[in-house]
Design a protein around this ligand. Sequence first.
Ligand SMILES: CC(C)(COP(=O)(O)OP(=O)(O)OC[C@H]1O[C@@H](n2cnc3c(N)ncnc32)[C@H](O)[C@@H]1OP(=O)(O)O)[C@@H](O)C(=O)NCCC(=O)NCCS
Length: 160
Amino acid sequence: MYKVRKPKLSEVVQLKALIDHAVARGLVLPRTLEELYENVRDFYVYADEKGLAGCVSLHIDMEDLAEVRTLIVRDDLQRKGVGRILLQAVLSEARELGIPKVYVLTRCPEFFEKQGFVKTTLEQLPYKIRKDCARCPKYGVTCDEIPMTLQLNSYGNKKE
Ligand SMILES: CC(C)(COP(=O)(O)OP(=O)(O)OC[C@H]1O[C@@H](n2cnc3c(N)ncnc32)[C@H](O)[C@@H]1OP(=O)(O)O)[C@@H](O)C(=O)NCCC(=O)NCCS
């Protein structure tokens, strides 16, 4: 039985290949190898007999906010529940850390809606604008990423 776990450092090159494949189709933002090593502890992966088949990361912004990033499931495994269990892994860690709200910027809002996320506006995420968006050439012009948030006590009908 395969399961979601932390990546090993020896898997970071494979992790980059998984991300690069999604980057090439304009689905997620690129990550350099250096960034991946620096932030490897943010990640969870899902591996099967063919290698890494999925990944996700939880990036903490501040005391009460974290971003779900780089959620990817290998093409041949999509729509089999892997994305949901990867997401659950980072949400569970966010709860353990006491983070009340997470957000995502995504081109796949349908998936996140099914997991309880609701659409918001970038203006509701001023920290993200200051940190990343303000430096992005697409900000306010051609940005096609949809910001969404999830209050963790509402996830999966689980009350905390
Ligand atoms: C988005 C993604 C991670 C979803 O992973 P997945 O393993 O295919 O999703 P799951 O099988 O866990 O799906 C969970 C639910 O979401 C639905 N869903 C998944 N992808 C969907 C999509 N693109 N559109 C609508 N619904 C979708 C599933 O049908 C399922 O619904 P159900 O609970 O009613 O059966 C995957 O499609 C992917 O890697 N996409 C490319 C990269 C990407 O866009 N990542 C998001 C960047 S933040």
